[in-house]
Design a protein around this ligand. Sequence first.
Ligand code: PMP
Length: 450
Amino acid sequence: ERMLEIRQQNCFPMTMKVTFYKKPVFIHQGHMQWLWDVDGKRYLDLFAGVATVSVGHSHPKVTAAAERQLKRLWHTTNIYVYPTLHEYCEKLASNLPEPLKVVYLTNSGSEANDLAVMLARLHTGNFDIITFRGSYHGGSPQSTGLVSNHSYKYPVASSLGCTNTMCPDVFRGIWGGSHCRDSPVQTIRECSCAQGHCMAKDQYISQLRETFATSVPSRIAAFFGEPIQGVGGAVQYPKNYLKEAFELVRERGGLCIADEVQTGFGRTGSHMWGFQSHGVIPDIVTMAKGIANGFPMGAIVTTPEIAASFNKAVHFNTFGGNPVASAIASSVLDTVKEDGLQKNSLDVGTHLMTELAKLRDKYEIIGDVRGKGLMIGVEMVKDKASRDPLSPEVMSEIFEDVKDMGVLIGKGGIYGQTFRIKPPMCVTMDDADFFVAVFNKAVHNCMERR
Ligand code: PMP
């Protein structure tokens, strides 16, 4: 009652009021993959605060590392040298391939992407930035200009590039796979491999070349790409697509930036970083979310040569590289390895996708199951023939039902038609089976109501 009262007071900004659920869920406590509400009801968390709680809610080892640092030192600013920060930067860089060795720490993914925009412009002397349709790169004025999904854009942004002078010029529409009806990405069913992304569809590569030839300026500062689109609904690219995009960008003098905010730290299972599945090495990698298991932090990692261009500007960030954040992030990196979470992501994720694919074959309204590791999208359609997105009302019914049965998942995609599953990477096979049973029941209930 008291919670509802607080909520009804106008002390929340609008964005905080918008909740996925009809009745708000008041979360009070968490442990590993579990959350409890104020009434003591337990939920299996398959959304992890949007792919952020990487190793588990209040993971004991990470919590202990945070406690130790809280007792020792909270803040200095990066004017001073302190070991926690420097050790962490070294550790993070050692997890990236050569020549990505220089680390800058921020407080969020948006800030990391803003910094990457600034660095790319300083380094190349060019201005334009390009991104893929369906991408999400942040909520700050600058990073919002990189986002092609209309609902996240400032009202001043036009559909082709942003007119807000705070925003970079953004050319979009290069890749539009956010809705399976018009997506050239094969579904798991059409594809002979288990992951659904092995197709080499030459026409998409030619389309990409064509778009670059006709719509992209001859000089650009950078290209941002998520190795798998997150907010866009676990959208994957055809084989060699990202590699080709990198080549086309480099021909125009631009830097290639991998936004690993969702895909980083082992979530995709096969590698530590999503870009490694595409056979490319970016010039800048941006990261956040899972980096510190929910503690605010972001980072960019780049090459010494590109980092040298920072000398052309003054850049300062009061909290970036905060000792507590660094201690937590350092422990997260250790925990991903010690707890075998990258492998667990691959094993549980593959099992989950196999089981969900069976439901896709059973139900007319499950259009596609895709993803990699524990970054999974289940795209819902009105029917398989039309592949039109399932209506928000029906999406919501299933979503509520899943929640009432004790599982929290996410929603995404341009039409809000894709359920997103990106749990803490410590989820088990049993958790996966529990969710599949719950989802089966929720979709079954939905079909009964129709
Ligand atoms: N990039 C990607 C791929 C994201 O998913 C997000 C957040 N959803 C961001 C950047 C922005 O991160 P933050 O919300 O921490 O600013």
